[in-house]
Design a binder for this molecule. Structure first.
Ligand code: ATP
Ligand code: MG
Length: 394
């Protein structure tokens, strides 16, 4: 048997895809290859209905697991041992595996479970488990069987050419492979919510591009660095992310001059959406994505969301809409964006924050206020200020 580490990768929903399954699997394998590319001698292949990864023996298992578990579409990963498909070879490999566990972890109890994927194999699953268990008992004198709470639960997966032995099943993120669901443009602030929203849409297979609005020089260079840092964390899951940055200051100044103060927030949000929609159309994004959440702040009441939505014709995805803040924070921590998000740099929206923002804006009143501005021209000139930066996985 060749001297490489082996991992079995299971896909979750990808397996339900019927006729499209080969396409989803191909995309998944491509993604796994991509995240493992920096490590030499790795090989990712589809074998007999499973995705099998082989790596150099000195590449730490935890590294491989960490990398693969960030790939959307992967349900779980198991470091495994490969053997020939015959009872003698499987038994020998199982004993060697257990001896190693006794040495390294001091285990004393075990249990064997078997699954026969190859139905032409002459021994049935319960009998495979029984015989392998019996051989382990004979050759590893310190071990006892414990069917309820074993320290080591060994799975034997019998397949046509090669069989696998494994113990751990590390769960991954699930979802669908990146790129299987088009591209979306996230409105990425420096806050907690929008990076989580981007993550959730990417998890459903969507490539992510971002637009960030600033009010330079009222907002600082450090606020911009923070947004790039957030995108950097997201690239671990989403691959390359382009950020289009737009200066909103000229628009904010016009609103301050011509419109009621309490409408500032909703008006600026409508401008953001309009500008984002234009960028999305020009760069091939099918939808906008925001971190809005029902009732979280004045601009996110049902009425305000309705008025915001009416600014654009493109679908607006709000994956956090019904989540509690605590759930969003938990997820932000898990992804690794939280600690960056809470750094205290000003956002463009806080620059002209009204004392009493309207919580129940009326579309007719907002349209009336907008009629005092040259909306089209302001959008056009904001688009001229766009600068694009591409962030790549480290
Ligand atoms: P977040 O934590 O994502 O900043 P929030 O709770 O602070 O969200 P708002 O400031 O009302 O809420 O923003 C709602 C959504 O609007 C954000 O989730 C984001 O998608 C978008 N947004 C807000 N500010 C900006 C900005 N400066 N640049 C790009 N998008 C923004
Ligand atoms: Mg915000």
């Amino acid at each position: 048997m060749e001297n490489r580490n082996i991992y079995i990768v299971r896909c979750g929903e990808v397996a339900l895809k019927g006729l499209n399954k080969p396409y989803f699997e191909r995309m998944l394998i491509e993604r796994i290859r991509k995240v493992l590319k920096p490590y030499k001698e790795t090989e990712v292949r589809r074998e007999d209905g499973l995705i099998v990864v082989r790596t150099a023996p000195d590449l730490p298992k935890e590294t491989v697991i960490r990398e693969i578990s960030k790939v959307f579409g992967v349900d779980s990963i198991s470091p495994a041992v490969e053997t020939e498909t015959d009872m003698e070879a499987i038994g020998r490999a199982a004993v060697a595996y257990m001896q190693q566990q006794i040495e390294e972890r001091g285990i004393r109890t075990f249990k064997v479970e078997a699954k026969r994927a190859d139905k032409s194999f002459p021994v049935k699953s319960p009998e495979i488990a029984r015989r392998i268990g019996a051989r382990i008992l004979v050759e590893c004198k310190v071990l006892k069987v414990d069917v309820h709470n074993p320290e080591c639960k060994l799975y034997v997966h019998v397949r046509k050419d090669r069989s696998f032995i494994y113990e751990r099943k590390v769960s991954a993120l699930g979802g669908l492979p990146l790129g299987t669901n088009g591209k979306g443009l996230v409105l990425l602030s420096g806050g907690i919510d929008s990076p989580v929203a981007a993550f959730l849409m990417a998890k459903r297979g969507m490539y992510i591009e971002a637009v960030h609005f600033h009010s330079y020089p009222y907002t600082s260079e450090r606020a911009w660095e923070k947004v790039k840092d957030l995108a950097q964390v997201l690239t671990d899951y989403c691959g390359n992310i382009k950020i289009h940055s737009v200066n909103l200051l000229p628009i904010q100044e016009q609103i301050v001059q011509h419109c009621p103060e309490e409408e500032m927030t909703i008006l600026i949000r409508r401008f953001m959406m309009k500008i984002a929609q234009r960028i999305a159309r020009e760069t091939g994004s099918l939808m906008l994505i925001t971190g809005e959440n029902l009732g979280q702040v004045a601009s996110q009441t049902a009425e305000a969301l309705m008025v915001t939505d009416a600014a654009v014709q493109m679908p607006v995805m709000r994956p956090l809409i019904a989540m509690d803040k605590t759930e969003i924070i938990d997820l932000a921590r898990k992804i690794g964006t939280y600690d960056i998000s809470i750094l205290p740099y000003e956002d463009c929206c806080t620059v002209f924050l009204p004392k009493h923002p309207k919580t129940k804006p009326k579309l007719s009143a907002i349209l009336e206020s907008e009629s005092r501005l040259n909306v089209e021209e302001l959008v056009e000139s904001a688009l001229k200020s766009v600068e694009t930066t591409e962030i790549r996985p480290k």
